[in-house]
Ligand binder design. Structure first.
Ligand SMILES: Cc1cc2nc3c(=O)[nH]c(=O)nc-3n(C[C@H](O)[C@H](O)[C@H](O)COP(=O)(O)O)c2cc1C
Length: 189
């Protein structure tokens, strides 16, 4: 079986998303591959039109650009988890740049995900706010739809700001572990 795919989307190393990804990895009970999206050299879509009529291809693919590999991992894994902070009510720019590269699949209607599940652990500094994760979730759901993946209700964590906040909150860390256990039970048993 392929490894569970964890896409860690914060550009900040060693922060709350990285810690959440490590908790998921330790709890899920299956091999995981974690990739830090901000370090994959993903170039942003320039709307060149290359992917029109070229199923699944992108003019920006090539040495140093990790977008294609990230899509391959996400579409072939039995389960993918996007772990991300909220930046201005959305995903960090590096993660959004990767998601925009899904355009190659939207353009041709190819759906390589074959219904496999994808979900997210989303976190932000604000202590509350029902719209805090709305932008990020909508974009992730639309990426899942475009790739032919099945979107699974994410975990939302409020009130995490400084790099060690999740590590210092046993309640929040427990919620991540419970979420990962439930994912394992539902999708990996
Ligand atoms: C550029 C930027 C924008 C941010 N925007 C928001 C925001 O809109 N709402 C919020 O609650 N937190 C916001 N934050 C705070 C981060 O979501 C928070 O610090 C998070 O814990 C960072 O995760 P990390 O430790 O994985 O990098 C922002 C942080 C940065 C650097």
């Amino acid at each position: 079986m392929n490894a569970v795919f964890l896409a860690a989307c914060s550009p900040r190393r060693g922060g709350n998303s990285d810690f959440a990804a490590s908790l998921v990895r330790l709890t899920i009970g299956a091999p995981c591959e974690t990739r830090r999206v901000a370090e994959e050299g993903v170039r942003p879509c320039v709307s060149c039109g290359f992917c029109d009529g070229r199923p699944g291809e992108c003019s920006l693919d090539g040495p140093g650009d990790g977008a294609r590999v990230l899509f391959e991992r996400m579409c072939r894994s039995p389960l993918s988890v996007v772990v991300s902070p909220v930046y201005f009510y959305h995903l960090p720019a590096q993660a959004k740049a990767w998601i925009d590269r899904t355009q190659r699949f939207w353009a041709c209607g190819k759906k390589p995900g074959e219904g496999r599940p994808v979900t997210a652990v989303l976190l932000g500094a604000r202590p509350r706010g029902e719209k805090l994760f709305e932008g990020a979730e909508r974009t992730l759901r639309y990426m899942a739809l475009t790739l032919g993946l099945t979107w699974v209700e994410p975990l939302r964590l409020y009130g995490l700001d400084a790099p060690g906040d999740l590590a210092a909150s046993p309640e929040a860390a427990d919620r991540v572990c419970d979420f990962a256990s439930e994912l394992s039970r539902r999708f990996l048993a």
